[in-house]
Design a protein around this ligand. Structure first.
Ligand SMILES: Nc1ncnc2c1ncn2[C@@H]1O[C@H](COP(=O)(O)OP(=O)(O)OP(=O)(O)O)[C@@H](O)[C@H]1O
Length: 252
């Protein structure tokens, strides 16, 4: 369903010169799985999610999403995914309902389907209280729900969500977490990035730990607990980061 092979992305920075934001990342996500990408600030999560969403081209490597190659068939990939980007901008003067319908039009959906799905989306994301208020007057959580709503209208097979619950209160987070679980029940595939370790542990079938652009481990949280002897994901995470830093020290 998602197959990422040796993907790298090189950027240029005035101070650092050329550097890899993502280095040889490989992983698979099966249909119906929730896959979490965990890593500290600047680890490369957003870059990796942008590459598999075809927003950005990799420097090297390949990825196949829902059977479509990100380089050869980006349009088909785009139709297969709902991508929530960290810096999604909505039209300030539209209401959530108008926003959802507008994107439905972009996907060339039939009017009746747009109407039916809009109602479903407003219910799933608990948006009915503010559905007719213009976006510029919405709170952070309401805006985030509207951004998620926007990427659901074409009923994609795959959801790629960059920090979907970042900075949200527990009620709004809960709605979004319930939405992710519900999509899994419908057989959809979800990959999302987060800083919230407990959230990842609760939701994900498998996780990937990413540090300084490299995926340092992938697996079920249960298996990583056994492998490291740690009983929570926070300690597992720190264990892998420490290991990586030590390996580096040996070579420096
Ligand atoms: N367009 C760009 N040009 C140059 N450097 C970039 C660009 N985009 C990201 N970077 C750098 O690449 C690295 C990885 O960034 P990225 O946004 O992918 O990390 P992240 O894991 O999503 O971080 P966070 O959790 O803070 O959002 C960082 O060092 C960042 O400064």
């Amino acid at each position: 369903m998602i197959n990422v092979k040796n993907v790298s992305k090189k950027f240029y920075d005035k101070k650092l010169g050329e550097f890899y934001a993502v280095k040889n990342a490989s992983f698979e996500v099966k249909k119906g799985e929730i896959f979490g990408l965990l890593g500290p600030n600047g680890a490369g999560k957003t870059t990796l999610l942008r590459i598999i969403s075809t927003i950005m081209e990799p420097t090297n490597g390949e990825a196949v999403i829902n059977g479509f190659d990100i380089i050869k068939n980006p349009e088909e990939v785009k139709k297969s995914i709902g991508f929530l980007s960290g810096n999604t901008k909505l039209y300030k003067k539209l209401t959530p309902v108008e926003t959802i319908k507008f994107f439905g039009g972009l996907y060339d959906l039939d009017k009746d389907i747009i109407k039916k799905r809009t109602k479903e989306i407003l219910d799933i994301l608990d948006m009915n209280d503010f559905k007719d208020r213009i976006v510029e007057k919405l709170s952070t959580g309401q805006t985030q729900k509207s951004s998620i709503a926007r990427c659901m209208i074409h009923n994609p097979e795959i959801y790629i969500l960059d920090e979907p619950t970042l900075g949200l209160d527990i009620l709004t987070s809960r709605t979004i977490i319930e939405f992710i679980k519900r999509k899994k029940e419908e057989g959809k595939t979800i990959i999302f990035s987060t800083h919230y370790m407990e959230e990842a542990e609760m939701l994900c079938d498998r996780i990937a730990l990413i540090h300084k652009g490299k995926i340092v481990e992938t697996g079920k949280v249960e298996n990583l607990k056994k492998k490291t002897g740690k009983d929570n994901i926070r300690d597992i995470f720190l264990e892998y980061i420490d290991r990586e830093e030590n390996i580096k020290d040996e070579f420096e």
